[in-house]
Design a protein around this ligand. Structure first.
Ligand code: FES
Length: 118
């Protein structure tokens, strides 16, 4: 068995994000990340930029395992960052690890430069 060598960056405690809420996380470079907590305490992280026109998903309404973009109300699935049909497009999703009430993001992904699509 290969040991888990994934580097993780501590983001916050689970209780720092309310259920059906989100937290915006700054990165050293590139757009911010939106970390979401669902009603059933699942945590998802995607780029804080809607695939439509870059709306701040962290300010959207979380329902189920999705978020409604605050600008034009597209629904973005948090499990894959993709818009719900009939809309199309995806935003980058980030790996999340939750241990002992602490939320971590993958350090390699966190530091990777992700460009916004025009
Ligand atoms: S920018 Fe999100 S729906 Fe338009």
């Amino acid at each position: 068995m290969t040991p888990n060598t994934t580097p993780w960056i501590r983001i916050c405690h689970l209780s720092d994000i309310p259920r059906l809420g989100a937290r915006r996380v700054d990165r050293p470079r590139g757009p911010q990340i939106a970390v979401f907590r669902t009603q059933d305490d699942q945590i998802f992280a995607v780029l804080d930029a809607c695939p439509h026109k870059g709306g701040p998903l962290s300010q959207g309404i979380v329902f189920g395992h999705a978020v409604a973009c605050p600008l034009h109300n597209w629904t973005i699935e948090l499990k894959d960052g993709c818009a719900r049909s009939p809309d199309v497009g995806c935003v980058k999703k980030f790996q999340v690890n939750v241990e002992d009430d602490t939320i971590y993001l993958n350090a390699d992904e966190f530091n990777e430069l992700v460009e916004l699509k025009p």
